[in-house]
Design a binder for this molecule. Structure first.
Ligand code: SF4
Length: 216
């Protein structure tokens, strides 16, 4: 199992309703709720972010396909909206996506591009089998630490934060082996390699301290 991103998308909130800071790999932005829902509309609300994801994936996928085909189709727009209905006690969500080609397209191109858009990666996620797993932790969890060290590096493992990924095991099996005791063997690779792998731990369960600098 390999996560899509080395660094997860991180949201954080303080006491101001409902201003959320979203940190992503290259910066951050603010999300908020509209005034009618108690926020200040300082940024897109969660539903808007969901629809934005579909809009941007649709247009990027179309641009890739059009460029590969060398078709002369310049500007495009997409409008995405959604509604929800309760059917037999279950919430059903319908998302409508309207694509507008500003440049002329043939009927054949339009049909082909409709099909390409319908199968963009985010469309597939939204229409596929999604699981959202939720884990919780508090500051108290972070108290427990185990340390594995040699003369070059010390790896610190916080077991309560190690919940849902075997990235370290698949990335550096000679160091991280759940069947071995201890499960972290800091002599299984050089310190640089271990540090590189540790920094990919998605939950913060692993960290390291360099004891002495090693060459690459
Ligand atoms: S230490 Fe990090 S990378 Fe390794 S299994 Fe735990 S959460 Fe996953």
């Amino acid at each position: 199992m390999e996560y899509l991103f080395d660094k997860p998308v991180q949201g954080s909130i303080g006491v101001q309703p409902y201003k959320i800071t979203i940190a992503w790999r290259n910066g951050s932005f603010v999300s908020d709720e509209p005034v009618k829902s108690g926020g200040q509309d300082l940024g897109p609300d969660p539903y808007t972010l969901l629809l934005s994801s579909l809009a941007s994936c649709t247009l990027a996928t179309l641009r890739m396909y059009i460029d590969r085909k060398d078709w002369k189709i310049a500007d495009m727009e997409v409008n995405v909206n959604m509604y929800q209905t309760i059917l037999s006690g279950n919430m059903e969500t319908t998302i409508d996506r309207d694509i507008k080609f500003i440049s002329p397209v043939t009927e054949e191109q339009r049909k082909r591009l409709n099909n390409i858009a319908a199968n963009c990666p985010v469309s597939k996620i939204l229409q596929g089998d999604i699981k959202v797993r939720t884990f919780t932790q508090s500051d108290a969890d972070i108290e427990k630490k185990l340390k594995y060290a040699n003369d070059d590096i010390a790896v610190v493992w916080k077991p309560e934060l190690c919940k849902h990924s075997a990235r370290c095991v698949s990335g550096l099996p000679k160091v991280f082996d759940v069947n071995a005791k201890p499960w972290i063997n800091v002599d299984g690779a050089n310190a640089d390699k271990i540090a590189e792998q540790v920094s990919k731990c998605p939950t913060g369960a692993l960290s390291y301290e360099v004891i002495k600098e090693t060459g690459k």
